[in-house]
Design a protein around this ligand. Structure first.
Ligand SMILES: [Zn+2]
Length: 304
């Protein structure tokens, strides 16, 4: 997700723009690899979590973080297999997941995403809360292969099942299910840690889709499934249930305020998520922004 909450607000402007004047020090980032079993790995650097599935002749990678981390990510992937990466899946268009597209495509890797990822990258976007603009991406950064509702990617000995969740974190979300490894890569529909998930309402993201996606993940998962969220630590099904309940609680409380004819600012001022905020340790601004995004999901802003 683009970090629009709390202390990370500066990061929004940073990653949303095309200039890198204030970029974080990528030279200090190390790629951490977690072995999930069955030749499948979770990798974390700076940006969205990555998942890597190694086959006999080639590798499938999910998300690619930022362009300046390309060499480090490539080295981490090569450390688990010398086979080349054939596919790089974008779980959605945000720069902390797709920033590496251009250099990975240059390596000959096919970038795969939902069709709306290509559209958003090609057209550029404006953040609904901050007004920050993201310029159109270079043609070399666009996905070469797109799909609409479902797509299977195969390399020798491995299969990745891609599925699209409508209007959730964005309008182009993909999850990746590695049934053979019992590993689910959720994209930013699931975001954990000391922050709320982002809902990109400016491109059709919606709390209802976030809940629908999480419900689908709960159906796919069993008690042994390793769930790689878009951000935050590896979780299991029980933890995913807690996350779903948070989304449902937020939706219901904001819906109640809307039913009471509260304006968006009034809903924020009512601080309906204080208990959740305390539990996850998010800053007040993060909680306020999440209320706004849920409010706009349920009561879209009328365009003049
Ligand atoms: Zn995102």
């Amino acid at each position: 997700m683009r970090r629009i909450f709390g202390v990370a607000l500066a990061g929004t402007l940073l990653f949303a723009g095309t200039t890198w004047a204030q970029q974080p020090d990528f030279s200090k980032v190390e790629i951490k690899t977690t072995d999930l079993g069955h030749r499948t790995y979770m990798m974390e650097g700076s940006g969205g979590n990555m998942t890597v599935a190694v086959g006999d002749d080639a590798t499938i990678q999910v998300d690619g973080e930022f362009a300046p981390l390309h060499d480090k990510i490539k080295a981490a992937v090569m450390a688990v297999s010398k086979a080349p990466v054939r596919y790089l899946v974008n779980t959605h268009y945000h720069g902390d997941h797709t920033g590496g597209n251009a250099p990975f495509a240059k390596d000959g890797i096919e970038i795969v995403a939902h069709s709306n990822v290509k559209k958003r990258l090609a057209e550029g976007t404006t953040n609904a809360l901050t007004g920050a603009k993201t310029a159109p991406a270079a043609p070399g950064a666009l996905p070469g292969k797109t799909y609409e509702s479902a797509l299977a990617l195969r390399v020798k000995g491995r299969k990745a099942q891609l599925g699209h969740i409508k209007n959730a974190h964005t309008d182009g979300d993909t999850y990746v299910w590695f049934a053979d490894a019992n590993v689910l890569s959720t994209g930013d529909i699931v975001t954990l840690g000391t922050r709320y998930p982002n809902i990109d309402v400016g491109v059709g993201g919606n709390i209802k889709g976030m809940i629908a996606g999480t419900d689908l993940y709960l159906k796919l998962a069993d008690n042994k499934t390793k769930i790689v969220p878009g951000h935050g630590p590896l979780i299991d099904k029980a933890q995913l249930k807690v996350y779903r309940q948070m989304l449902v609680t937020a939706r219901d409380r904001v819906a109640k305020l809307i039913a009471q004819k509260k304006t968006e600012d009034d809903a924020v001022a009512a601080r309906p998520l204080t208990d959740i905020q305390t539990r996850i340790g998010a800053p007040q601004e993060g909680s306020d922004n999440f209320v706004r995004l849920v409010y706009r999901s349920l009561k879209p802003v009328k365009k003049a």
